[in-house]
Design a binder for this molecule. Structure first.
Ligand code: CTP
Ligand code: CA
Length: 224
């Protein structure tokens, strides 16, 4: 079943969530990727479905199993993700962009495997900017729709981190921005998360830390 029937405080809300990390193809056997596991987005999808929401999970290369009771749409590249989000956004009440989207993709996808002998000791790749999916969804927002973005930053100073989050919130035009620090050992594969959620004015509306499931529940409280 696509949906659990137990009523909850998000009963009937249509929530579209992207999760995971995109892969940008380089040739038939290689891609440029990132370390997003998809855990936080999957936790949001699972928690939202358990609270009665009708959830579409747009999943990019998840490293964790997708939850039950959601409609799953599998994507891989940023271009795939953008198409799937634009389709799903049509009748969504809430859009959450938890996926880590590649900012750049190879300018050219080679039809055949890149061979060392044709390439030499160094290989220079030309990358082109991907569209900002979140900014596009926020700009196309329908009345009443709520758009939530994430921000991944490696900044260690909490005040400077907040400053970066505020700039990003303003730039994206989303209703809420979930700010979290990432690094070699933080974020991605971790079972835990610590976030501050900013509203469109840059004010902190939530500070939450703990399991990714508990953080998901706090974020969803914004939608009640
Ligand atoms: N995002 C997106 N499309 C992109 C890049 C990012 O929709 N091409 C979304 C992510 O899903 C996330 C938010 O934008 O919800 C912020 O992503 P992040 O990488 O933190 O910010 P960027 O705007 O890409 O800026 P930078 O990576 O330079 O910090
Ligand atoms: Ca980025």
């Amino acid at each position: 079943p696509a949906r659990r029937v137990t009523p909850g405080d998000l009963d009937g809300k249509r929530i579209v969530i992207s999760a995971g990390g995109t892969r940008e193809p380089l040739d038939p056997v290689r891609y440029l990727g990132n370390r997003s596991s998809g855990k936080q987005g999957v936790a949001l999808a699972e928690a939202a479905a358990a609270r009665g929401a009708v959830v579409v999970l747009v999943a990019a290369n998840l490293e964790v199993p997708a939850p039950e009771h959601v409609e799953l749409r599998l994507v891989s590249s940023a271009a795939d993700l953008e198409r799937a989000m634009n389709v799903a956004a049509g009748d969504a009440d809430v859009i959450i962009m938890a996926a880590a989207v590649a900012d750049y993709r190879p300018a050219e996808v080679r039809a055949d495997k890149i061979k060392k002998d044709d390439t030499g000791d160094t290989l220079v790749l030309t990358l082109v900017r991907n569209p900002d999916i979140l900014a596009g969804l926020a700009a196309a927002k329908k009345p009443g729709q709520v758009v939530i973005g994430f921000a991944a930053e490696t900044e260690t100073d909490p005040d400077r981190l907040l400053g970066l989050g505020r700039e990003k919130a303003a730039r994206k035009g989303c209703d809420y921005l979930v700010l979290n620090r990432v690094g070699w050992t933080e974020g991605f594969a971790s079972e835990r998360n610590a976030v501050r959620v900013l509203d469109s004015r840059g004010d902190i509306v939530i500070e939450a830390s703990g399991s990714k499931m508990s953080v998901a529940e706090r974020i969803l409280d914004l939608l009640r």
